[in-house]
Design a binder for this molecule. Structure first.
Ligand code: SAH
Length: 243
């Protein structure tokens, strides 16, 4: 029997992947993934074989990975960032479960967008934070807003994934309005696009001005808590060391 490695490839470049993830990508019989990520991997690795599919084909990709593994292949199913954070890990494990298969599965962690983005901004998630995806494809719009409200009212730093797409633009403005009920307009906000990839940019702005910046589906936004400040171009959330 084969094996499935559910592998996070980090934000993009090879130097930001774990050694285990690199080994798995080099040695697996086939890499299964979304077109964009396969293209990113091809820049740094010579891939033996690939199964590529487009967006919203996640279930097909996982079923293909399982079939390939059942036919005896070692398969690396890749996600950007960490595969267990809005990635493929949960779905793949559910499909293995549904199939009643005893195929071996290993989940390999990767650097998630919030930590890659935080590193570029300084140290904005030094204290408790909430990670919220604004994508309403798989999550009810109301639930997203309730979670934004809860995180904002409890003074969590908020990392926003999937902030805005070509067809979904209103959610981000709504989220900002909810946060503004609990935080001042001068609260620092970091906007990171394409972290550790070609075209990377990191901007520090504030809640009042965040919507004036370019934000798309390869952007992560980090909204500071009531104590976050900016010093020498770095966003810092203090943690009570008493300096
Ligand atoms: N599993 C991924 C998240 C997938 S959801 C992870 O752990 O990072 C997709 C969202 O991740 C994007 O909409 C964007 O918010 C964020 N993202 C992915 N790659 C990014 C990058 N290189 N820079 C900034 N944000 C990124």
């Amino acid at each position: 029997m084969g094996k499935i490695f559910i592998t996070g490839i980090g934000p993009g470049s090879r130097e930001h992947m774990s050694i285990r993830a690199c080994e798995v990508i080099e040695n697996s019989d086939i890499i299964v993934g979304y077109t964009t990520y396969i293209k990113i991997l091809e820049k740094s690795f010579k891939l033996k074989d690939v199964f590529v599919s487009g967006m919203r084909k996640e279930t097909d990709r996982c079923r293909e990975a399982l079939n390939l593994a059942l036919s005896g292949k070692t398969v690396a199913l890749v996600s950007s960032g960490d595969s267990g954070i809005y990635g493929m890990a949960g779905l793949m494990l559910q499909i293995v479960e549904e199939n009643g298969s005893d195929i071996e599965v290993e989940v390999i962690p990767g650097i998630t967008s919030s930590s890659a983005s935080a590193a570029l901004l300084g140290a904005p998630i030094m204290h408790d934070y909430a990670s919220i995806s604004l994508s309403d494809l798989l999550t009810e719009h109301d639930l997203i807003n309730r979670r934004i409200e809860a995180a904002a009212s409890a003074d969590f730093v908020i990392c926003i994934y999937n902030p805005k797409s070509r067809t979904r633009v209103a959610g981000l403005a709504e989220a900002r309005d909810i946060i503004l009920k609990h935080r001042s307009g001068s609260t620092p906000v970091g906007i990171v696009k394409d972290a550790m990839r070609d075209g990377e940019s990191a901007v520090i702005t504030d809640l009042d001005n965040m919507l004036n910046h370019e934000i798309d589906m390869t952007t992560t936004i980090i909204v500071g808590n009531s104590e976050t400040f900016v010093s020498r171009g770095k966003m810092i959330t203090p943690r009570g060391y008493g300096l």
